[in-house]
Design a protein around this ligand. Structure first.
Ligand code: C2E
Ligand code: MG
Ligand code: MG
Ligand code: MG
Length: 291
C-alpha cells in the first residue's frame, strides 16, 4: 500500500515481506535439493569469430529444470543462490561439469574447444577460487588453456586488490579471464589496465540498440578501439540481427555471441557443430595465443 493509506500501508508491507521470505526459504531448500537431484544442467552458447565465422569457443550457461515444472532461468535463482551462499556448491558443480564436458568433447575426437564459465561475486571474492579451479582442472584433466573465467566489472571493483591477486594466480596457471557485461558498471576502460585480463565482453544492452542509437554505436566503437589498443579480445554479447553483425564486422569486433547465430543449446548440439567444423576450428589459435 502507499503512504496515503495510513496504517494499512505498513501492515500490507509487512505481509509482503512475510510472503517474500517464505518464498525465499522455499526456493532455498529447493535449490539445495536440486543439486542432489541433479536438476541442474549446462547449456552452451557458441562464441563465433566474426571475421571468419569459425567457432571460437562456447559459454556454459546454467539451467535449472525442476522435475515436472518449467525451467527456471539463472536470472531468477542466481541472486538468491548468491545471497544464501548456495552459489558456492552450485558454482563448483558448474566448473567441474564444464571442464569435464570440455575433456569429453576432445576425447570424443572433436577439436579442442574453449569453454567459458561465469563466476559469481561470492565465488570469486569469498573462497580461494584459484585453488578450487586448480583442484578441478587436475580432477577432470582439463587443459587450463582451454578455460576462460568470466567475472563482471562490478565484482572486480568491489575488491580490486584481492581480485588482482586472484587473477594473477589464475593467469599464471594459463586460464584466461574475461570481463562480462562490460559497460554496465562504473569502471573506466583505463582502470582495467592493471588486471591481467584477456577479453572484454560488451554488454547486450549496447548491442541491442546499436543500429538505432548513435550513442550506443559510438560507445561500442570506442570500446572496441580502446580494448584493441590494450591488446584485449573484444566479444559482443546478444547479437540478434544481421545489421548488428555487419556493424561489428565493419568496426573490427573480434567475436560475438547471440541468437542470430545460436541460442544456448544442449551439449549434443555443440558436438554436432564441432563435428561439422573443419579441422582447427574451436581452438582458432586461442588455446595457444592471446588473440
Ligand atoms: P551472461 O553471462 O552475460 O550470459 C549471457 C546471457 O545472454 C545468457 O542468458 C544468454 O542466454 C543471453 N543471450 C545470449 N545471446 C542473446 C541474444 O542474442 N539475445 C538475448 N536477448 N539474450 C541473449 P542466461 O543464460 O539467461 O544467463 C543470464 C545470466 O545468468 C548470465 O549472463 C550470467 O550472469 C548468469 N549465469 C548463467 N550461468 C551462470 C553460472 O553458471 N554461474 C553464475 N555465477 N552465473 C551464471
Ligand atoms: Mg557470461
Ligand atoms: Mg554478459
Ligand atoms: Mg548479462
Amino acid at each position: 500500500g502507499s503512504k496515503g493509506e495510513g496504517g494499512n500501508g505498513f501492515s500490507f508491507y509487512m505481509a509482503d515481506m512475510g510472503a517474500q521470505t517464505a518464498l525465499h526459504l522455499r526456493m532455498e531448500s529447493e535449490l539445495q535439493r536440486a543439486l542432489q537431484r541433479r536438476e541442474f544442467v549446462l547449456h552452451y552458447q557458441p562464441v563465433v569469430d566474426i571475421a571468419t565465422g569459425h567457432l571460437g569457443g562456447v559459454e556454459a550457461l546454467l539451467r535449472w529444470q525442476p522435475q515436472g515444472k518449467p525451467m527456471v532461468s539463472p536470472a531468477d535463482f542466481i541472486p538468491l543462490a548468491e545471497e544464501t551462499g548456495l552459489i558456492v556448491p552450485i558454482g563448483e558443480w558448474v566448473l567441474e561439469t564444464a571442464m569435464a564436458q570440455q575433456v569429453a568433447w576432445q576425447q570424443g575426437g572433436l577439436p579442442p574447444v574453449r569453454v567459458s564459465v561465469n563466476l559469481s561475486a561470492r565465488q570469486f571474492l569469498g573462497q580461494d577460487v584459484a585453488q578450487r579451479v586448480a583442484v578441478l582442472l587436475e580432477k577432470t584433466g582439463c587443459d587450463p588453456r582451454a578455460l576462460t573465467l568470466e567475472i563482471t566489472e562490478s565484482v572486480l571493483m568491489q575488491n580490486p586488490v584481492a581480485a588482482t591477486a586472484t587473477m594473477a594466480r589464475l593467469a599464471a596457471m594459463g586460464v584466461q579471464l574475461a570481463i562480462d557485461d562490460f559497460g554496465t558498471g562504473y569502471s573506466s576502460l583505463a582502470s582495467l589496465k592493471r588486471f591481467p585480463i584477456h577479453s572484454l565482453k560488451i554488454d547486450r544492452s549496447f548491442v541491442s540498440d546499436l543500429i538505432d542509437d548513435a550513442d550506443d554505436a559510438a560507445i561500442v566503437d570506442a570500446v572496441i578501439g580502446l580494448a584493441h589498443s590494450m591488446k584485449l579480445n573484444v566479444i559482443a554479447e546478444g547479437v540478434e540481427t544481421a545489421d548488428q553483425l555487419a556493424f561489428l564486422l565493419a568496426h573490427g569486433c573480434d567475436q560475438m555471441q547471440g541468437f542470430c547465430y545460436s541460442r544456448p543449446v544442449a551439449p549434443d548440439a555443440i558436438e554436432a557443430l564441432l563435428r561439422a567444423a573443419p579441422a582447427g576450428q574451436g581452438q582458432q589459435g586461442n588455446l595457444t595465443t592471446a588473440a
